[in-house]
Design a protein around this ligand. Structure first.
Ligand SMILES: [Zn+2]
Length: 301
């Protein structure tokens, strides 16, 4: 479904769930889209007519339709380009064998006898850079490098106070920063940067509608879930030194693990919290693979 926000700016809302994402569509002197993962809804935007495609980041739910943009100049942040050549990165699962003790069958070179598309690199023609302005005519878009979810994740600020924040997604399941090069501190800084913008309208890759009210408090609550996860993990480990696999069974991140992917993300997000707690001197990793508290009380954050 396409929802018009202004004369030239629209949102393409996906109806295909979490393996897909919302995209932005600009119909101006230049026809432009941000992200291509809208699934079936993408056809309404006529991808073959689009001249410029901006990629918020490399995850497949955001770039899965890129091949349909045959005419478009495709742009992504340089830190995302290499990731677009990695099956594990595309599927947000770059430490699968380490954390799941098995190979992911979706990483194999062929699936059902056919070459696996994920082993073909995704085309990127030009780099996106912080502060760059994309001029579509009446519509101007400023690129914001908002890392944390991935290293080169970008958000996009339109000149009339509309911002598209990709996977700073504000969904109930909460912030995701489970790649090996995701960074929790960067994620928090990026959310704070969006809050400081005081946007008039906020669009994310995964909410069902646009946000027009309480945008600052909604972003702050979403950001603060990161600290709450830290506190829960620390409080448990202080009493019960544990391996990452033992911690994953406690569902600190996701209330359910309906698929191996969700279990993997529980572990990979936990791993990044544990890394951060170690960097802050609050936790240590023992020879037996168990994490334990390095001191009795946490310093104020
Ligand atoms: Zn993502």
């Amino acid at each position: 479904m396409i929802q018009k926000l202004t004369e030239t700016i629209s949102v393409v809302f996906t109806e295909s769930g979490f393996t897909s994402s919302n995209c932005m569509l600009v119909r101006d002197d230049i026809r432009l889209m941000i992200d291509s993962g809208a699934g079936k809804a993408l056809a309404e935007a006529d991808p073959g007519s689009i001249e410029v495609l901006l990629c918020s980041h490399h995850h497949l739910d955001h770039i899965g339709g890129n091949d349909l943009f045959a005419r478009a100049v495709i742009k992504a942040h340089p830190l995302e380009k290499e990731a677009m050549r990695s099956c594990g990165k595309l599927l947000a699962s770059d430490s699968w064998s380490e954390l799941m003790d098995a190979e992911n069958f979706l990483f194999s070179k062929t699936i059902s006898g056919k070459p696996n598309r994920l082993h073909e690199p995704f085309r990127v023609d030009e780099d996106l850079a912080e502060g760059q302005v994309i001029d579509c005519g009446r519509t101007k878009i400023t690129v914001m490098h908002t890392p944390g979810h991935t290293a080169g994740h970008c958000s996009f600020l339109f000149d009339d106070g509309i911002v598209f924040t990709g996977d700073i997604c504000l969904t109930k399941v909460g912030p995701w920063y489970g790649d090996s090069d995701s960074d929790i501190d960067d994620f928090i800084s990026s959310v704070n940067r969006i809050i400081d913008l005081r946007p008039r309208i906020l669009v994310t890759g995964h909410l069902d509608g646009v946000l027009t009210e309480n945008i600052g408090p909604t972003l702050a609550e979403y950001r603060d879930r990161v600290m709450k996860r830290d506190e829960k993990i620390f409080a448990y480990v202080k009493r019960n030194p544990s391996t990452i696999h033992e911690l994953a069974k406690l569902h600190f991140i996701y209330p359910e693990h309906p698929t191996d992917f969700v279990l993997y993300w529980e572990k990979s997000i936990l791993r990044n919290h544990l890394k951060r707690l170690i960097d802050r001197g609050e936790m240590c990793l023992g020879d037996n693979g168990r994490y334990f508290a390095a001191r009795v009380e946490r310093a104020a954050s």
